[in-house]
Design a protein around this ligand. Structure first.
Ligand SMILES: O=C(COP(=O)(O)O)N(O)CCCCO
Ligand code: NA
Ligand SMILES: [Zn+2]
Length: 304
């Protein structure tokens, strides 16, 4: 059923696992995520960015989730990912979102603190969880862009948590959105993560966490794509981050790679087919498989 993000954050923090937060902007991804969660008996966050809302319309995205709110036995929250304004949060509240992120990480600290406090005052009385970000990820995907990396300051994180009353915090510890993470070797600042957890004891969120699996990158390149130098976060680093207190892992790029690699292969093999379902069904199945793989990596299988 559709539940508040507060429930998912609190249980993950208590038992030391992470809940997968999977992005969708259409029916195929939403269905794949929910079926994967059902089969893994795992809680999930279903999340949409503002650009996903721009693509499909919030009435379609929220409408689909509300239509199936009692069709799956696993608990799932509907989360606004990278909300960039109070107006965006208000729209999500109006359409029955049960969790929001207000991302003021590229604004001055004081502004981030003030606006986040405001969003908490709007959401908490409604039982809607609030996630905020401190520090800045590099990399560009959708409209989420930042030019220079700023790692989170653990002392500031403690003050920010106390000053805002947020339910969850996304500390920037070296990851980036998209398929091209890290300039050199993959490197997360685990010591910094440990200190943020120690000082806040909050549920923590890892952004830019996709593994960018070689088998999908390779298949995309074999069937006409051009992903040179694609690189993600190794599974062992995700496990380590969860040991150190990550309780929600944002996952968008891995679903896109699974979908596009299958779509490219099918389109090149079935040259006489013009029924989109012949291509979308296997692509959706591949997304479901990668969601199950990530749910197991996060330790959330059987935790519904
Ligand atoms: O942190 C993430 C996803 O990170 P990744 O691109 O590693 O899947 N998100 O917040 C998803 C939306 C923005 C980028 O697509
Ligand atoms: Na988020
Ligand atoms: Zn993100």
């Amino acid at each position: 059923p559709l539940v508040s993000g507060k429930l998912l954050f609190e249980r993950a923090n208590e038992f030391g696992f992470a809940v997968g937060a999977f992005n969708f902007n259409n029916m195929e991804f939403l269905k794949a995520i929910l079926e994967a969660a059902q089969e893994e008996e795992a809680p999930v966050f279903l999340q949409t960015t503002e650009s996903a809302i721009g693509y499909a319309g919030i009435e379609f995205l929220a409408g689909m989730v509300h239509a199936v709110k009692d069709s799956y036995k696993v608990p799932f929250a509907l989360h606004l990912d990278h909300g960039r304004s109070v107006e965006s949060v208000l729209l999500a509240i109006r359409y029955g979102y049960t969790s929001v992120m207000i991302d003021y990480s590229d604004k001055p600290y004081k502004e981030n603190l003030e606006v986040t406090r405001k969003v908490v005052s709007l959401c908490s009385p409604l039982g809607i969880s609030v996630e905020a970000e401190l520090g800045r990820l590099v990399g560009r995907e959708d409209e989420v862009e930042s030019v220079e990396e700023v790692l989170v300051d653990p002392e500031q994180a403690k003050e920010f948590a106390l000053g805002t009353g947020i339910d969850a915090l996304a500390p920037a510890i070296g990851t980036a959105h998209g398929a091209f993470k890290f300039k050199g070797e993959p490197r997360l600042d685990f010591e910094r993560l440990r200190r943020v957890k120690e000082r806040t004891n909050l549920p923590l969120v890892l952004h830019g966490a996709s593994g960018v699996y070689y088998e999908y990158v390779n298949e995309i390149n074999m069937y006409g794509g051009e992903l040179k130098g694609a690189r993600g976060v190794p599974d062992d680093d995700v496990r380590r981050a969860i040991e150190l207190g990550i309780n929600k892992v944002n996952t968008d790029t891995d679903l896109r790679l699974a979908f596009i690699s299958t779509l490219r292969r099918m389109m090149s093999e079935e040259r006489r087919n013009v029924d989109p379902r012949k291509f979308l069904k296997p692509a959706m199945e591949e997304v479901k498989e990668v969601v199950k793989r990530r749910i197991r990596l996060y330790g959330s299988s059987g935790k519904a």
